[in-house]
Design a protein around this ligand. Structure first.
Ligand code: 5AD
Length: 359
């Protein structure tokens, strides 16, 4: 499973019997490494302001028709209380790259959540300065999510232009900074970006391993009509036989292979997977390597405005409705809802190993 050639072979494999063995293997490794508990993370998409122009994302700054919002600290605290009342162990605060949510504002927000609730706090605020990341860690933030989106540098730069006057991003470098700051670190990719090859995707999976990620999020690329990447004219292209499809099957393969290469990572069955496959996306993810679900707690009046791609799953559900269906769906799979914070076993293992080294 370690070589690029082996990974590519799996990614191209269409044989039902061999794929069944891949799902079984991933499910077994998932059970042995992270157990049967499914941890729930309350997701709050607190701001859709964004200073970037990513070619795939509906929040891009040039999408002028989009009504922008930023929730108040009190509104976010209400979501945190709701997470507690639903029994979730973690609150995920996500936004566009919103420098209106400045260093001190986020610091105060994190402090308040940590003071008033027992929740673990995960931040997913894009590429921010190392000083800010350090301040938020000091304020009590536990985890940070920053997908590298693709390990193909050329493709990344095509779909992810730098902010005006700034050098190209270095997300791999930022992930290392996050690690040094003591965050539990998550990253991941989109599956089926136009111009993404099987070889690229195999390298992505190998990079999950090299970065020793604690959390790995993967979802299918979904075209948003108000973005350049949705326009067939001028978008990156490769020979059709090399182009990765943005399908349910391909996303499941990446989840399974991520589980096999990073056994102790926390891996969500993502909203994007549930969006292309509303009937069974979440279930398939959980049966093919995933162990996390991120129910959406964003208040209904903002939810439709956080449109990174169209027709997101749970778009019209309230947090209560979103929550109600979950428990029974998880039980039907023979799994249970996890208690506590649900830290990544990969993180816990590394921390304990380094403590033992220091002793
Ligand atoms: N389709 C699928 N996923 C997307 N994301 C952003 N835009 C899209 C899209 N059009 C994902 C990116 C980002 C995460 C928050 O959402 O991977 O890191």
């Amino acid at each position: 499973m370690n070589t690029i050639a082996e990974l590519v072979t799996w990614l191209r494999d269409e044989d039902a019997a061999r794929l069944a063995s891949l799902w079984q293997h991933a499910d077994r490794v998932r059970r042995q490494s992270v157990g049967d508990q499914v941890h729930l993370r309350g997701l709050v998409e607190f701001s859709n302001h964004c200073g970037r122009a990513c070619a795939y994302c509906g929040l891009r700054r040039d999408h002028h028709e989009l009504v922008r919002y930023r929730m108040t600290e009190d509104e976010i605290l209400q979501c945190a209380q709701q997470a507690v009342s639903f029994g979730y162990g973690t609150l995920v605060l996500q936004s566009g790259e919103d420098f209106g949510a400045g260093t001190d504002w986020v610091t105060a927000l994190v402090r308040r959540i940590k003071r008033q609730t027992p929740l673990a706090v995960t931040l997913s605020l894009g590429e921010r300065r190392p000083e800010e990341l350090a301040a938020w860690r000091a304020a009590g933030a536990d985890r940070y999510l920053l997908r590298f989106e693709t390990s193909n540098r050329r493709l990344f730069e095509r779909v992810h232009p730098p902010r005006p006057g700034e050098p190209p991003s270095d997300r791999i470098g930022l992930l290392r900074t996050l690690r040094q700051l003591g965050y539990e670190v998550g990253s991941g990719v989109m599956v089926g970006i136009p111009g993404q090859t099987y070889d690229d995707l195999a390298h992505d999976i190998r990079l999950f391993r090299e970065l020793d990620l604690d959390m790995i999020g993967v979802g299918p690329y979904l075209p948003h009509p108000a973005t350049p990447l949705a326009d067939p004219v001028g978008r990156p292209s490769v020979p059709p036989a090399d182009q990765v499809p943005s399908s349910e099957l391909m996303t499941c393969k990446v989840i399974a292979l991520a589980r096999l290469t990073c056994p102790r990572a926390n891996i969500p069955a993502t909203t994007a997977l549930a969006t292309i496959s509303p009937d069974r996306g979440r279930e398939l993810g959980l049966q093919r390597g995933a162990n996390i679900i991120m129910p959406n707690l964003t208040p209904a009046r903002y939810r439709a405005l956080y449109e990174i791609y169209p027709e997101k799953a749970c778009l019209r559900e309230t947090a209560d409705q979103c929550h109600a269906g979950l428990a029974s769906r998880i039980e039907q799979l023979g799994r249970e809802i996890g208690g506590g914070r649900g830290d990544s076993p990969n993180f816990v293992h590394r921390r304990d190993a380094s403590a033992a080294n220091d002793a």
